[in-house]
Design a protein around this ligand. Sequence first.
Ligand SMILES: [Zn+2]
Ligand SMILES: [Zn+2]
Length: 385
Amino acid sequence: MAGWMQILVSAAAGLFVLAVLLAAATAWVQERRYRRDRQQNAGWIAPAPRSAPGAPDSVATPAGAPPAGNPVRRARRPLVAVNPYEGEGHYVPVQLHAHTTRSRDGAVEPEAVAAQYAAAGFAALALTDHDQVTLLPPGQVPAGLTLIPGEEDTVIEPVWPLGRHMVRLFVAAPNRPASPQGRIDQTCTAGGLACMAHPHWPGGLGSGRWLYPELSALRGYHLMEIHSRFSITDEDVALWHRLLATRGPENPLWCVASDDFHRPDHLGWGWIMVKTGASGQPPSLEVLKRALRSGAFYATSGPLVRFGLEGLRVEAEAAAGQASRGMVFRFLDAAGQVRKSAHGGGALELEGDEGFVRVEAEDTRTGRRAWSQPFWVRMARSRHA
Ligand SMILES: [Zn+2]
Ligand SMILES: [Zn+2]
């Protein structure tokens, strides 16, 4: 009997040591991948300069390599710029990433999560529990709130629960196991939208990171989270910017901020402001999906702003009724250069060599920020071409 016990204990100890060694090896491999990716990204684009709260703004120009593709010289032909915020409409707050008690790590019941977002004035909410779609009976959805069906898919690698996370929106059922591209394809086939979640999240022994080489090879996803409870925001923004420049305007990739809500104090960390045509009524799923596909929204961790295009001027200012004091708006081009830094609000006249322009707004008193989607710039086709 004692002999058997000894063998069992030794076997358990051996298994434990093996598991620890495997975990250490996984963490080591993931860390190496990440370091290599960082080295390759270094110098390509520096994160946009930030002001210390209360400090005067610096108009530093980050050292950036040239943008991808052929550099365009000064405008000799008419310019065309694409405005994702075109058309009439008003903005409503939308939360695209929230967990409930159906997730192992969620602390709030589904009905209570919906009630809290409705009370905070949100027009739409996606409950995105891990690897399952959480729905509420119609009677339990608060008035004025549109519930977007979704889930947070674990892109398992090497073994569950390790892997990267992908938020899937407008889907009725969780993904079946597949490769990352297969999981995106399933989402598209189901009529959904895929959002790469917290790309630099170091969780899952480092297996939670989406890195540039993989993201640049994947096709069919439209959204990327750049700010959430589990984001490393500056790195995520830089990664998004690099992907924008290499994917080009034909493969749009829009930025998202979210709470990644797990507990009540997570509410208000980040969200998006979606431009919807209708007023009064909560936006329909169709209206929301169209806006999320076309980039008619911006990401924010607090500031409410207005981004727009008037002729060939990209404009940015505080939203109506919002204080503009302390607000700085930075206009960045595709190479990551700050073309203009404007206090309180301003506009950038396009010259034609920007590739795209995106605007970061910062409340220098709180450090909170808002991010526009890119305004793509190109020469109009010559009439004789
Ligand atoms: Zn996640
Ligand atoms: Zn999450």
